[in-house]
Design a protein around this ligand. Structure first.
Ligand code: URA
Length: 421
């Protein structure tokens, strides 16, 4: 791919045309070799955001990203290995808790995860709030840990899907995240390279999701299932609500604390319900029977928490520090009026929490109010933590409070299963 051909590809995409598989392989290959620079990829991503990408284009980009690095293989004769991925949420602690929960039920979980993107959090950043936690595993360390412990969560590296790693960061900086094909190729390339045989996707819909409308989220779920089937693997996709933070916490260390406490038996509400549904799907994908009973038992008898500790220890996390993680004093964010919480500016909450925890791993927000709650003027809606928590003082404006009672959105809009082609 020379400069002139790259220029023509950007023009074609800008004008609504479709690029061939050969074009996409050439572009990703040239980018990795340094023959195409970041400004050109950024322009191309923006053209994709405006013009969309066909299924064929998405598949070509996914293939090119997978082949930009090494791929991992798990021997299917030794049992099914499963992975789980979210399309990006706020206060989304599902991976932190569902991975060890499914592993405690007998599933083998090999998760390649990403970092924060836009206003959404990243599982790797969260785990790195645990002192010493190492998310940079070699392929051998990753596969051996999955065999030995039952689960591992690693960051994509320069060895595995390096093209996604670079393009992901670039999309974060250039506001080119929310395009179906870019999202799907980024997610599926990591999953295929990570070597699992089956996947569970959690596609978020709502104000804080990259796909706000459930119908668009459904399209993303369908694209993920289609891609995975083309690679000869199985998947289940959920479309779930993201019109408010899933859990009570938004932040790296704060979300680790919430997942830790949930696995110790203190979970509640929507976060617990979704974690259990997703862990059950992961267990089912591994061909294990009685997934609901297994998950309920693992939470009740503490084996899910023990598995979490085992995984953290295997990845050099300081388990004593994890057990005693605590956010310190919070700053109250108060309601500006009385009424019902009708909506939240979750994007603003997510960006604020991302800034607070960038400076301090215990920074972020803890929600007190949820959509549908009745609140009185001056009542705490949330608490802000971290060294720069004062910057969240005016966050009361992020809550729409009105006289009419509202029903929260359903937690799960749909669940669909792919058929291997
Ligand atoms: N998760 C990913 O891995 N990639 C995206 O683009 C969005 C969420």
């Amino acid at each position: 791919m020379d400069e002139h051909r790259m220029h023509r590809c950007i023009e074609r995409k800008r004008d609504g045309g479709e690029l061939s598989a050969d074009d996409w392989h050439g572009i990703i290959g040239a980018f990795m070799e340094g023959a195409v620079d970041e400004s050109q990829i950024a322009a191309l991503c923006m053209a994709c955001v405006w013009r969309g990408m066909s299924v064929e284009e998405t598949y070509a980009v996914t293939e090119a990203m997978v082949s930009s690095g090494a791929t991992i293989t798990f021997d299917p004769n030794r049992g099914t290995v499963v992975d789980k991925h979210s399309s990006g949420g706020v206060g989304d602690i599902v991976s932190l808790a569902a991975v060890p929960l499914a592993a405690a039920c007998g599933a083998h979980v090999a998760k390649l995860a990403g970092r924060a993107l836009g206003h959404t959090g990243g599982t790797i950043d969260k785990l790195e709030a645990i002192p010493g936690f190492n998310a940079t595993l070699s392929i051998e360390q990753f596969t051996q840990q999955v065999e030995r412990v039952g689960c591992a969560i690693a960051a994509q590296s320069d060895a595995i899907v390096p093209a996604d790693k670079r393009i992901y960061r670039l999309r974060d900086r250039t506001a080119t995240i929310p395009e179906l094909g870019l999202l799907a190729s980024s997610i599926v390339s990591k999953k295929i390279a990570g070597g699992a045989h089956a996947f569970v996707f959690d596609v978020k819909a709502g104000a804080a999701a990259f796909m706000q409308d459930p119908a668009k989220a459904h399209q993303l779920a369908a694209r993920l299932l289609e891609l995975v089937a083309r690679f000869g693997r199985r998947a289940i996709a959920f479309v779930t609500d993201m019109s408010e933070p899933l859990g009570r916490s938004i932040g790296t260390g704060l979300e680790v604390i919430e997942a830790r406490d949930l696995l110790r038996g203190a979970g509640e509400g929507r976060a617990l319900e979704l974690i259990v549904r997703i862990a059950e799907a992961m267990v089912e994908e591994c061909g294990l029977t009685d997934a609901p009973a297994r998950c309920a038992r693992a939470l009740a008898d503490g084996t899910a928490y023990t598995k979490f500790i085992e995984m953290v220890r295997a990845q050099h996390g300081d388990c004593a520090a994890l057990e005693s993680m605590h956010p310190g004093n919070g700053l109250e964010i108060r309601a500006n009026s009385s009424g019902y919480v009708q909506a939240m500016d979750v994007v603003r909450l997510g960006h604020t929490a991302r800034r607070l925890c960038a400076r301090d791993s215990m920074g972020g927000l803890r929600m007190t109010a949820r959509i549908g709650d009745r609140v009185e003027k001056g009542q705490a809606l949330a608490h802000a933590f971290g060294r720069s928590r004062e910057e969240a003082a005016h966050l009361g404006q992020a809550f729409a409070i009105g006289p009419a009672a509202v029903e929260p959105a359903p937690l799960i809009y749909e669940r669909s299963i792919s058929a291997i082609k």
